[in-house]
Design a protein around this ligand. Structure first.
Ligand code: ADP
Length: 288
């Protein structure tokens, strides 16, 4: 089996401030993430999701434990500036607010900003910009002004800017939280395409259970560690446990659980509207 793209061993992190004191957030966390997988990270506010993302991107340094990315120990004190730059290129990050991530007044200049700073030849930059804008379905907006775009379009430009650095993995830290339902769908469609068609490893922190249901795997963080780790069907089966940590399940899953509680015999997992419809059709057909 191929080695994992990310391997975390005994990772702990605590914030320490003169005014805030010591605040442990992650506690002896270990896990692996396969290359090309799509992992959703859930957890109530303050459970350490963003802290984990920042540790993976070397914005923070662990209090203890090791992190390996693509076979290299990024927590090694001997990491050079070049190593850090290379890690940041291979692990892109997309944040919540698209307005904070756009730097130029024309879309294509914005997307070119990262590679330009790396001194990549302009011919190659032009080709990359066109390719990544097309990957996120925004090529026709290349010469538009970002501030006139919708939230979902802006966020797709931010994703294109990250893609232009040719990352192997992208961490989305609540990247759909500020978008309307249409924008959320546009961004989710783009994320799924990048994962399925380009093989980019996706780590997606989200509060939307319907989005997490689209991942291959869900990790639930609680009390500084991984509480649940499994496929969306496995994790959302644990509705009571999730509720006890302030989390929910997709509405269609909750509906199927309620129907079962009322005695309806619905077999099989249900984490999407389509699965829910299939289960109900099966029952209704039996009764006809
Ligand atoms: P999440 O992303 O799951 O909401 P975070 O990783 O942002 O959680 O935060 C985890 C905990 O660490 C929270 O209780 C938060 O208040 C605390 N925290 C985050 N950043 C800092 C900081 N810079 N200094 C002190 N505590 C912090």
């Amino acid at each position: 089996m191929a080695p994992p793209f990310i391997k975390i061993e005994g990772l702990s992190y605590r914030y320490e401030g003169e005014e805030t004191g010591i605040h442990p957030v992650l506690n002896d966390l270990s896990m692996e993430i396969e290359e090309g997988s799509f992992v959703a990270v859930l957890g109530h506010n303050g459970s350490g999701k963003s802290t984990l993302a920042k540790l993976l991107n070397m914005i923070l340094t662990p209090s203890s434990g090791k992190i390996f990315v693509d076979g290299k120990e990024i927590t090694d004190e001997a990491m050079t500036d070049e190593d850090v730059l290379s890690l940041r290129k291979s692990m892109g990050m997309v944040f919540q607010n698209p307005d904070n991530q756009l730097v130029a007044t024309i879309v294509e200049d914005d997307v070119a900003f990262g590679p330009e700073n790396l001194g990549i030849p302009s011919e190659e930059i032009r080709a990359r910009v066109n390719e990544v804008l097309s990957d996120v379905g925004m090529l026709e907006y290349a010469t538009h002004e970002p501030h006139r775009l919708s939230g979902g379009q802006k966020q797709r430009i931010a994703i294109a800017g990250v893609l232009a650095m040719l990352p192997k993995c992208i961490i989305f830290d609540e990247s759909t939280a500020m978008l309307d339902p249409i924008g959320r769908k546009e961004v989710m469609d783009a994320i799924l395409r990048l994962n399925r068609e380009k093989g980019i490893t996706v780590i997606m922190i989200t509060h939307y259970m319907e989005e997490a249901a689209l991942a291959d795997r869900i990790l639930v963080l609680h009390d500084g560690n991984v509480l649940l780790d499994g496929t969306p069907s496995e994790v959302f089966e644990q509705e009571a446990l999730l509720k006890s940590c302030g989390l929910n399940v997709p509405q269609c899953t909750a509906l199927v659980h309620q129907l079962r509680e009322r005695g309806l015999s619905l077999e099989g997992a249900c984490v999407s509207i389509e699965q829910c419809a299939d289960l109900l059709v099966k029952i209704l057909k039996k009764e006809q």
